[in-house]
Design a protein around this ligand. Sequence first.
Ligand code: WTA
Length: 670
Amino acid sequence: MSDSIESVLQENRRFPAPSAAAARMAKWLVPSMSDYKRLHARSISDPEGFWGEVAKELHWFKPWSKVLDWKVPDAKWFVGATTNVCYNCVDRQVEQGHGDMVAIVWEGEPIGSGGRPDIRRLTYNDLKRDVSKFANALKALGVKKGDIVTIYMGMVPEVAIAMLACARIGAAHSVIFGGFSTQAIVDRVLDAKSRTIITCDGAYRRGSVVPLKESVDAAVAQLAQAGHEVKNVIVHSRVGNQTAWHSGRDHSFKDLLLASSDQCPCEHMDSEDMLFLLYTSGSTGKPKGILHTTGGYMVHTYLTSKLTFNLIPDDNQLYWCTADVGWVTGHSYILYGILPNRVPTLMYEGAPNAPKEDRFWDMIARHKVTHFYTAPTAIRAFMKWGDEHPKKHDLSSLRVLGSVGEPINPEAWMWYHETIGSSRCPIVDTWWQTETGGHMITPLPGATTTKPGSCTLPFFGVDAAIVDESGNEQPHNTGGLLVVRKPWPGMLRGVYGDRERFIQTYFTRVPGMYFTGDGARRDADGYFWIMGRVDDVINVSGHRLGTMEVESALVSHDAVVEAAVVGMPHEIKGTGIAAFVTLAPGSEPASPADADKLKNALREHVSKEIGAIAKPDQIRFTPALPKTRSGKIMRRLLRAIASGDAKITQDTTTLEDYTVLAKLRESEEA
Ligand code: WTA
């Protein structure tokens, strides 16, 4: 990235919230800073009153007896209430007379022979019909309330139908990003003991086809060897791929819909019943299943969607979040938070540069998108591709721009503001995590003065703070650990099947508080500036990876004895992956060409073990890794070497072997 930490620290540009008219909004729902302050103060002093009122905007079969029950680390929200998330997303809109309104606009990646892509528009009526049918089909296959259904699909409307159908019958879903490998499917299915997988024959991605069903078939075979039987695989045919068909086990998505009734009542779910699992990387071990429940998650994602993006149902809005539904952003801000707000949500199947680098801008102009939510890594790629691409298109429909997934560098922020938003659209830089369920620190577009690079101020009900290891709040502009001191409705309720890991990861480092894993500082205005992860998690293109996961993948290759993985600055990805690898005797390459071959083989191996996003950007072979006398790998040093820091001034007196350092610097880059 071209912005150094110093330039972020010295950032003093300010962008006051524009008037609603300037942003072409009907109105701002939170129209001023004093409104924000008043409501935030109330939400902190009386969270139960605040969230109780918000929850009443949604539908419940049975009201709660108590809004919150909290005993660290366990939160129960809307105690005793029953509701259904699918009902609030779909049925309620139909019952209120909006069945003919568009709920989901979908655009496929391939451009057909007529020069047009496939576009589908699903109304709330369509959704209710197909979701009910698919829900009945799941039931007929034996899926029951409380079961966990695995979903491994591309970005097609059927993924939304599948997720909502699970929610309808009270089965939890575990969505696996379609870019993950067979091994990742095996790990997640086994951890969740899931017996049903919903997939596609393939997915279109940048002009080629990703063979999803093949990966599922391989995973199911491996699972069988491990003694776990997957009973049903449901296949949506998207690309017309001929794959092996296992009769009895495999079912066609389409045939199931045809054979099922469209009448399926929504299950009455306890507010604390599981809604979904979503696996995410941590600093140790395999990815963990973050567990989210029903009532609190629904209320949190509903309100954040409404206020962060200023969603107003009858204001000609079309909201577009470019995330994949395999990540939490897709769960919360393509589907679950947006649909209850009755603003249509656009889903796009493919890559931003398919067929050309202007695909997103072309889509914004054609569909008249009003709200656009994407990641800094994408914004940096757009900048690099050049202004001519957005300049070719009419982007005047845009009203609010969002950013998520990693810190946005001020240069990218300014480009987004000026080139995409014509200096007219407020930018909401939303900080949150898989674990938090929804936005935690974010500007409100009509109220907050923004500063490029800062996610600004906490959302309602969020008591975020910067503390030292003992939980003492840090003075202004002093870095520390980002924690949340009070429970919020969308917070994770656990790590699936691992109570100890839940407590250890989130509630031990700073006792009594939720620890985010991020370092941050607050400036004199109370604005938050996220500095990045303080644990061994790296954020590659906005996707979380544990360095240990990548190390384990490398070490599982026959040629590797030991590996250390660290993050390094990367112009587009934000953070790239650097791997230091010690080879097994006899595996050392004989020539530079051999070395390249081996590096490529290792990259492919990591891709097979985890997924393409985990491929190291740099691999260096080294005879040994620098360690302290107690045997700990000196990651700080490796980070300095990987980022090309020529003069390593850090204290290296504990280095076990000084020559290792010299050799590492010599080691040729990938
Ligand atoms: C980082 C994605 C700075 C952060 C929603 C967090 C951010 C991790 C921002 C969670 C932001 C996310 N500014 N950093 N606006 N948003 N992060 O679980 O390090 O995939 O802990 O959730 O991404 O990543 P996750």
